[in-house]
Write a protein that binds this ligand. Structure first.
Ligand code: TYD
Ligand code: MG
Length: 447
């Protein structure tokens, strides 16, 4: 009879300790230890033999060969973009995102676009018929897609080994469990154990694996932090519930640049790739009102034109309101303070509302100058010309600073039919085909 042990596991990092502690010695988080019963499994059962002998050898780096065949394309341009050209064979990836954002749909879409790849799909969250329904919605027949709803980790490993699958999809890692542990699926211990076994499968037997993971309220992937260290690639699928666009972002990538973005739109028949995202975020209204300005932000290496809308109105409260959606509220307060101090404008007694059209969240500091222009335009109630793009970071001294990727931003504005650019002083501006107005300080802003 196996003996039960009690261990205390940190829910943040997975650190395991024989006694309860208030603060985790590994990640310094407070109150994260919870009691878990560990059943020691019989030796033979616990033994997993994932070994190819290769890993015992020492090889000179120069003798290791990489070939193009080590990567396969998903035939989805936006997905390939974030993976830097497709799945690396034997890679171990994690895809996180809010519930209902479209993670499972995205993976079915991958299956649809790769009819020549054999895919094993471990469905822990939905039944086969639910998947079938969704598949028919996106027009996937699925001769290449094999579904199993048994989520015991050793069973998964055995199935993945039995046939040469090109891709193993685990939907989701929180539903996978190991019979050796008594804790519930989704617990830190289970996730840690199961993903470690799956990692060995990926690395030693070259099975390309993608795990779908739940996220916590704060947007982190649920489970131990160690999970993100274990995988080669961490992807985040995000979007706004009230809007149809979805962004697939690389948070970590051992095989290419991180912070790359793929853009999709959720349609009736599944996810559609968006190759020109600026169209999505520029409002197409011809309405000439004050307070609207255009800027060009960078998402990864992609320029996207977005519309900034500001509304400055007399306040009926003793403390005026400052509200921002899609933009950091503290940054908005800072920009208002800079305008008051450096451009001698007064926002006192006015409520200020700021909105980024299309529901995008803007963090690129290059949008500062557009926010400032929109604020001034609304305050003075003077319309900005709709064919000018504004970008530049605004400093506390009121200076407009240079931002990276100038050429890409200007080219995108040109592609979208804009005529003028208002940006900080730069040398390369003479090559630009757009009319250029430089502004070194915010008071040089011309509406
Ligand atoms: P799903 O892939 O189940 O999300 P996740 O796996 O991240 O939880 O996505 C479900 C949502 O997507 C659901 O709200 C309906 C929507 N949807 C469409 O709008 N069109 C479609 O063709 C499909 C398949 C789903
Ligand atoms: Mg799902």
């Amino acid at each position: 009879m196996a003996k039960d042990r009690i261990r205390f596991i940190c829910s943040n990092c997975g650190h395991d300790s024989p006694k309860w502690q208030g603060v985790c010695p590994s990640c310094n988080e407070w109150n994260t230890f919870s009691e878990q019963k560990v059943v020691k499994a019989k030796k033979e059962k616990n033994k997993i033999s994932i070994s190819d002998g290769e890993s015992h050898k020492i090889t000179a780096l120069s003798d290791i060969i990489i070939s193009d065949a080590d990567r396969f394309s998903t035939n989805l341009t936006e997905f390939d973009r974030v993976l830097n050209g497709g799945f690396v064979r034997g890679s171990f990836s994690l895809l996180g995102g809010d519930p209902g954002i479209g993670k499972s749909t995205l993976m079915l879409q991958v299956a649809k676009n790769c009819p020549d790849k054999k895919i094993l799909y471990i469905a822990g969250e939905e039944s086969g018929s639910q998947i079938k329904q969704r598949a028919s919605r996106i027009g996937l027949k699925g001769e290449n897609l094999f579904i199993s709803s048994h989520t015991e980790v050793r069973d998964i490993i055995q199935k993945a080994r039995s046939k040469q699958y090109d891709l193993l999809i685990i939907d989701s890692i929180q539903t996978v469990f190991s019979d050796d542990l008594t804790s519930l699926p989704g617990s830190v211990q289970q996730i840690r154990e199961c993903s470690a076994l799956l990692q060995q499968l990926a690395k030693k037997e070259n099975v390309t694996t993608l795990m779908i993971g739940h996220v916590t309220k704060d947007g982190d992937i649920a489970g131990p932090r160690i999970l993100e260290h274990m995988v080669d690639t961490v992807l985040h699928f995000e979007g706004d519930k009230n809007h149809l666009y979805r962004l697939l972002r690389t948070v970590k990538n051992r095989f290419g640049p991180a912070q790359e973005v793929g853009v999709f739109e959720m349609k009736e028949g599944g996810l559609e790739e968006v190759d020109n995202p600026s169209v999505l975020f520029m409002s197409d209204s011809e309405l000439d009102v004050s307070g609207n300005s255009l800027t060009c932000i960078m998402e990864g290496t992609r320029p996207i034109l977005v519309e900034v809308q500001a509304l400055v109105t007399p306040s009926s409260y003793s403390t005026p309101q400052r509200t921002a959606s899609g933009f950091d509220q503290r940054r908005l307060s800072l920009l208002i303070a800079v305008l008051e101090k450096r451009a001698m404008l007064s926002f006192a007694g006015n409520d200020v509302y700021l909105n980024i059209a299309g529901g995008l969240k803007v963090t690129d500091p290059a949008a500062d100058f557009a926010v400032v222009s929109a604020l001034v335009s609304s305050l003075r109630d003077e319309t900005l010309s709709r064919d000018t793009v504004y970008f530049g970071e605004v400093g506390l001294g009121g200076e407009v600073r240079k931002v990276p990727f100038l050429e890409q931003r200007v080219r995108e504005a040109e592609k979208m039919g804009l005529k003028r650019v208002m940006a900080p002083k730069v040398k390369t501006a003479e090559n630009w085909s757009l009319e250029y107005r430089s502004a070194a300080f915010i008071n040089e802003l011309r509406l």
